[in-house]
Design a protein around this ligand. Structure first.
Ligand SMILES: C[S@@+](CC[C@H](N)C(=O)[O-])C[C@H]1O[C@@H](n2cnc3c(N)ncnc32)[C@H](O)[C@@H]1O
Length: 309
């Protein structure tokens, strides 16, 4: 759970309790969300972990299995939730999400409208950004997806910050009750240009809109529609490059491969008695190189500000 405390602030500054949701972290690409249940166990390649050992420990604790293996119990922040949630649709990832939150100027107290909800990846970050007093109203026309998103928001403890509605936003627009009240509108729809006139009516004067589209043709069409009532229309593609930084043996290094940067060896190990003179197999260097896992194109983000004529 994102853990609302009595003053309705999201906080992980407490110990794990029975019923909490925790992220069981093995490594950055091996994590899962687990609901703590006093009588349950978690079994993985490291052995058997008793949930009862976790209760009372602070988030971030290293916990051990019956075989001495370990995992970390992390708080289910929106950043981690995005990595472990079940993909019912394509989702937005951290690079796009962080840019969206910043560029849409989403801050505590904002009223945000979103469609479609999809897997709720972005919604979870919106919820934290608007908390404790703001609210996110998110709409999807797919009933089962909306229901699953609601269940997830219960599990992650943000249901008081998010309302999920079932509605065809391209066909029917956002509900009139939000007219002129939204600080920001976010669209992740196949034909966003159909929803833009309604989004415009929902926005406050000076409100911001963002539309995510995987194809440039969708962007072109959206921008054409935006031109009549919006200003500062800008499109971005967010490309994230992650790096692997670790110590490598010198004989494995291809220092001049154009992709890697090697620092001078930090220390040289003493050659063992078996090593021949000139054998540099035991030398090492800390090397940084772009990670092979780096995600490429996800989509284009088009931002615009409602202008008042
Ligand atoms: C790619 S997903 C959104 C993913 C979401 N941004 C996330 O980060 O998890 C697109 C969603 O839009 C919904 N959708 C498509 N057309 C719609 C429409 N006309 N009205 C409302 N929702 C729609 C789909 O059901 C789907 O769940």
């Amino acid at each position: 759970m994102l853990l609302m405390d009595s003053s309705t602030k999201i906080s992980f500054n407490r110990c794990i309790r029975d019923g909490d949701l925790v992220i069981v972290y093995e490594r950055h690409d091996t994590m899962k969300a687990v609901k703590v249940c006093e009588n349950s166990v978690l079994q993985n390649r490291f052995g058997v972990f008793k949930h009862s050992d976790w209760i009372g420990k602070p988030f971030g604790s290293k916990v051990f299995s019956n075989k001495g293996g370990f995992v970390y119990l992390l708080a289910p922040t929106p950043e981690l939730w995005t990595l472990v949630l079940s993909h019912r649709t394509q989702i937005l990832y951290i690079a796009d999400i962080s840019f969206v939150i910043m560029y849409l100027e989403v801050v505590p107290g904002c009223l945000v409208l979103e469609s479609g909800t999809g897997s709720g990846s972005l919604t979870t970050s919106f919820a934290r950004a608007v908390s404790p007093m703001g609210h996110v109203y998110t709409f999807d026309f797919h009933e089962q997806r909306a229901a699953s998103a609601r269940e997830d928001f219960e599990r992650t403890g943000i249901s008081t910050l998010v309302t999920v509605g079932v509605r065809d936003i391209q066909g029917d627009g956002f509900p009139d009750q939000f007219s002129g009240l939204a600080d920001s509108v976010f669209l992740d729809l196949p034909q966003p240009w159909l929803a833009i006139p309604s989004a415009r009516n929902m926005l406050k004067q000076d409100g911001t809109l963002c539309s995510f589209s995987p194809c440039i043709e969708q962007v072109q069409r959206s921008c054409e529609t935006l031109r009549s009532d919006f200003t500062d229309i800008r499109t971005f593609e967010i490309l994230l490059r992650t790096y692997e930084v670790r110590e490598w043996k010198m004989d494995h290094l291809k220092v001049n491969d154009g992709n890697s940067t090697a620092c001078p060896p930090r220390k040289r190990r003493q050659p063992s008695s078996e090593a021949s003179v000139g054998d540099n197999a035991s030398s090492s260097a800390v090397m940084a190189r772009p990670s092979a896992e780096t995600r490429g194109h996800t989509g284009y983000l088009t931002f615009a500000r409602k202008c008042v004529s």
